[in-house]
Design a protein around this ligand. Structure first.
Ligand code: GCO
Ligand code: MG
Length: 423
């Protein structure tokens, strides 16, 4: 308690207690391409507190930038930055057109920037605002990819040497050009590499042949003391997914991801009938409604929907609580197309959320890390957030301006006969 007028006045300004201090006076979108495109929303209050939110939607970046700049920003100016819930509801209910990746990514950017501001105003790291630390660090998984099984196994070995406790493994499929997840020469995988979508060819029979062999080899080479994950990337029909889930059962995967497209949530019932391989899904979802049936029927084990594409912390908190009621744990998407701002916010969430499972972690490039200085660090297989107030990620705007937007789209996939398939 303060005892004199001077201290009271000081407290008032440092805690930003009045709604006048909290008034949003500026909001703008920053688009930058330090190796890949990122969209960031920057909100500033009258008292000069700045919050950042990631708004990156890979391959569709400018749609979100416009949604924010043209439609949300004019509504933000003059509002109380402390009314996080009301602003969320205003943009969700008030849009009339609900949900969808563009809308929910834009709402997420606003929401995360406001939580960042709240943390800074309170002088507390974001995890503390959510309810405090539930764990010391967030278990993360890295990406090992190889042109063939041997190369993928070597890559798994390299990540284990770096201290990773969990590794996702993908390998080339003999007879398939440019299989998902495979880069050339052990480089990090970046799928959005050309202005118009690269055309890739897909063969389900060839893929189903190689994946069980990959995991048989990985267990033989690396033993059972490492968590192994795999991403099918929405390529299989439900019955094919069931077969793969059953074929890899002996190798005890941590999860099999996006085994079949999940627009039809009931399709996961079929996979469950045939296999006990844990299932993860949902990086392309953007609300609780996309996974309601999957969660309440316990058809999945991990939900991948993350902060930037799922309406921010305000909505993800609801989703995670709902998942927790059904023993479903979080496994947030964390590919490089989600910026360090998303990663920072996600890690605070991971540090708090009771039903945490794992966090995906591909390294951002050096250029990206320079544009987005952050305080999270990797140690002993886990990512650790710092205690900087807010989410702990900032932006060097001068540097960002040196990397102009560069149009890039994700690849598409066709079957060998030319039919369009799911990439
Ligand atoms: C993953 C994802 C990514 C996506 C990418 C699309 O599990 O990390 O599937 O590799 O393809 O994020 O933008
Ligand atoms: Mg994936």
């Amino acid at each position: 308690m303060s005892t004199n007028a001077h201290t009271d006045a000081h407290t008032e300004t440092t805690t930003h207690g009045s709604s006048r201090d909290r008034e949003i006076v500026d909001a703008r979108v920053i688009v930058t391409c330090p190796g890949r495109n990122f969209v960031t929303l920057r909100i500033e209050t009258r008292s000069g507190v700045v919050g950042l939110g990631d708004a990156t939607l890979n391959g569709r970046e400018l749609a979100v930038a416009s949604y924010l700049q043209d439609h949300l920003v004019p509504n933000l100016i003059g509002r109380d930055a402390g009314r996080i819930e009301d602003i969320w509801q205003f943009f969700y209910r008030g849009a009339y057109w609900r949900r969808g990746p563009v809308t929910m990514t834009a709402i997420a950017a606003v929401d995360v920037a406001l939580w960042d501001i709240l943390g800074k105003m309170a002088g507390l790291p974001l995890y503390q605002l959510l309810g405090g630390r539930s764990r010391e660090g967030a278990l993360v998984y890295a990406h090992a990819n190889g042109r063939d099984i041997s190369e993928a196994s070597e890559e798994v070995g390299k990540y284990r040497e770096k201290g990773f406790l969990a590794v996702r493994a993908q390998c080339g499929v003999p007879g398939v050009k440019k299989a998902y997840g495979i880069s050339s020469g052990g480089k990090p995988y970046e799928p959005a590499e050309s202005e118009l979508p690269a055309e890739t060819v897909w063969s389900t029979p060839k893929y189903l042949e190689v994946v069980p062999k990959l995991f048989e080899r990985l267990r033989a080479d690396h033993g059972n003391d490492v968590e192994l994950l795999h991403d099918v990337h929405h390529r299989l029909s439900p019955i094919e997914a069931a077969r793969l889930a059953r074929d890899v059962e002996p190798y005890r995967l941590f999860w099999l991801e996006d085994a079949t497209p999940a627009e039809n949530q009931k399709s996961f019932e079929l996979i469950r009938q045939h296999s006990v391989t844990p299932l993860a899904v949902g990086e392309v979802f953007n609300s609780i409604w996309d996974c309601k049936h999957l969660i309440e029927n316990q058809l999945i084990d991990y939900i991948r929907t993350t902060i930037v594409h799922g309406g921010g912390i305000t909505h993800l908190r609801r989703l995670a609580d709902f998942a927790g009621l059904h023993q479903v744990r979080t496994g947030f998407h964390g590919a490089t197309d989600l910026s360090p701002v998303c990663m920072g916010a996600a890690l605070h969430f991971d540090t708090w959320v009771p039903n945490f499972g794992i966090q995906e972690y591909m390294f951002h490039s050096e250029e990206t890390n320079e544009v987005f200085p952050h305080d999270y660090v990797f140690r002993d297989g886990r990512l650790h957030v710092g205690d900087t107030p807010g989410h702990g990620v900032t932006i060097d705007e001068k540097l960002a301006a040196r990397y102009p937007y560069s149009p890039k789209q994700l690849p598409i996939a066709r079957l060998e006969d030319g039919s369009m398939w799911d990439w």
